[in-house]
Design a protein around this ligand. Structure first.
Ligand SMILES: CC(C)=CCC/C(C)=C/CC/C(C)=C/COP(=O)(O)OP(=O)(O)O
Length: 350
């Protein structure tokens, strides 16, 4: 089994022959799902439609067509790849792939409101342009579209809808605890990992389950796909947290040391804070000090996370969860795309 050597976006540079397998898998999934996604969003009335299309990068805030940057499309690609691994055509899983992407984007829009994030995909967030109330409604509308899409497909059972909404409940639980962490200094690594399981593992697990359901796979296969997606989701968030500190702003779209500036209890930070090392204690002092961080302090905080072992721990854990995810695929001969996507999740730069 070949593996991708670099993740989303680093791909073009990673192979002499042009696009690598992962770039092709993602591009194929986007090509297949985008028309259905766009058709769904275009059924929304008035401003809801305007905000939805703006968020996906199809037009600007005045409705003028653009081809702005949008998401990587990991989740729909996982749905289609899981369907293929479980023996279905990707076609059978298209509505599920679009529904998962709609739910994912509903959570991103709400997350931006809650975190007061002003930029996403290099553009102002919906709440920044339309206000928090409208952004919340735009997110809700995307979730409504997801359910309506699944419910109106003759081949999709209620089990798929129930599974998607179970993931939404888990996302809400994860977000609830994550928000609560902002006012605490004593967050533990176990608590953080539990949040990651809910905030990220649940939807990736759900994506793979919906792909397997489209293949009418037996319960054992559904469970295996769930485990694969959940383990991969944890690896995804671990890498996301590395990028939140060490990512190249030109690739991630976030400022240098973004998560440190905001004193986020991301996994490398919590690993460092709980290391019991002098560097960990100095970092704790910086986190307690409420003053805004200047570039020198950001650089010091970054070094402290490394010195306290936070970076090394997260790198090792992301590889461990990747291995654990991939080990689930042993009995799936048609799981090449899932393998490629899994490796790209960990070896990515955005
Ligand atoms: C209920 C609620 C508000 C929950 C919040 C859930 C939430 C926002 C979790 C964060 C997950 C995450 C790392 C998203 C980025 O995905 P990505 O890098 O694949 O994004 P992309 O699709 O834009 O590329």
């Amino acid at each position: 089994m070949g593996t991708a050597t670099a993740g989303f976006g680093g791909l073009e540079r990673s192979s002499a022959g042009g696009a690598t397998a992962v770039a092709r898998i993602l591009a194929r999934a986007k090509l297949a799902t985008d028309p259905l996604l766009r058709a769904a969003v275009e059924t929304l009335p008035g401003e809801l439609r305007m905000m939805g299309g703006y968020h996906f990068g199809w037009w600007d805030e005045r409705g003028t067509p653009t081809r702005a940057e949008s998401g990587k499309g990991l989740r729909p690609a996982l749905v289609l790849a899981a369907a293929r691994a479980a023996g279905a055509s990707a076609e059978a899983a298209l509505p599920a792939a679009v529904a998962v992407e709609l739910v994912h984007n509903f959570t991103l829009i709400h997350d931006d409101v809650m975190d007061h994030d002003e930029m996403r995909h290099g553009r102002p967030t919906i709440w920044k342009l339309w206000g928090a109330t409208d952004a919340i409604l735009a997110g809700d509308a995307l979730q409504g579209l997801a359910i309506r899409l699944l419910a109106s497909e003759p081949g999709v059972g209620v089990g798929a809808i129930a599974r998607l909404e179970q993931a939404v409940i888990e996302l809400c639980l994860g977000q609830f605890h994550d928000c609560a962490f902002e006012t605490r200094q004593d967050v533990t690594l176990d608590e953080c990992l539990e949040v990651v399981r809910h905030k990220c593992g649940s939807l990736l697990g759900c994506a793979c389950v919906l792909g397997a359901l489209a293949a009418e796979a037996p319960p054992g296969v559904i469970d295996t796909m769930d485990t694969f997606g959940r383990e991969l989701g944890i690896a995804f968030q671990l890498v996301d947290d590395l990028l939140g500190i060490w990512g190249d702003p030109a690739r991630t779209g976030k400022p240098v040391g973004a998560d440190l500036v905001r004193r986020k209890h991301s996994l490398p930070v919590v690993a460092a804070l709980s290391s019991g090392t002098p560097a960990g204690r100095e970092l704790a002092e910086l986190y307690r000090d409420g003053r805004p961080m200047d570039p020198v302090t950001i650089a010091r905080a970054t070094d402290l996370v490394t010195l306290a072992g936070g970076k090394r721990w997260v790198q090792a854990e992301s590889r461990r969860y990747l291995d654990s995810a991939v080990s689930q695929l042993a009995n799936f001969p048609a799981s090449g795309d899932l393998h490629h996507l899994a490796h790209a999740v960990v070896h990515r730069d955005r």
